[in-house]
Design a protein around this ligand. Structure first.
Ligand code: FES
Length: 94
């Protein structure tokens, strides 16, 4: 089946869905992220963000260097909640 290519595996977002929102006029990675939740999964966009940027670049005919990536917020990698809990109670990260 054409265009059933999953781009964001964490949130199961397909290329077709990404193209549809770009055609609706959402032309920034941040907008696409907020609407589809791609980039908000377990990997926090490390797997899909660049692919989505390339799709956006191709469809909007702007160089990939001009695509603005959403700002990253800590934690940059998923960490176990017990690590955060330990940090909060002791004030130290061990
Ligand atoms: S593949 Fe998109 S957030 Fe992980």
């Amino acid at each position: 089946m054409k265009n059933k290519i999953v781009i964001c595996r964490c949130e199961e977002i397909t290329e077709q869905e990404i193209i549809a929102v770009i055609k609706q006029g959402y032309t920034s990675l941040d907008e696409i992220k907020r609407i589809l939740r791609c980039g908000m999964g377990h990997c926090q966009g490390r797997s899909c963000q660049m692919i989505i940027a390339r799709i956006l670049s191709r469809m909007t005919k702007q160089p990939i260097e001009k695509i603005i990536f959403p700002s990253s917020r800590p934690p940059l990698k998923p960490i176990p909640i017990k690590t955060l809990a330990k940090y909060k109670t002791t004030g130290e990260h061990k």
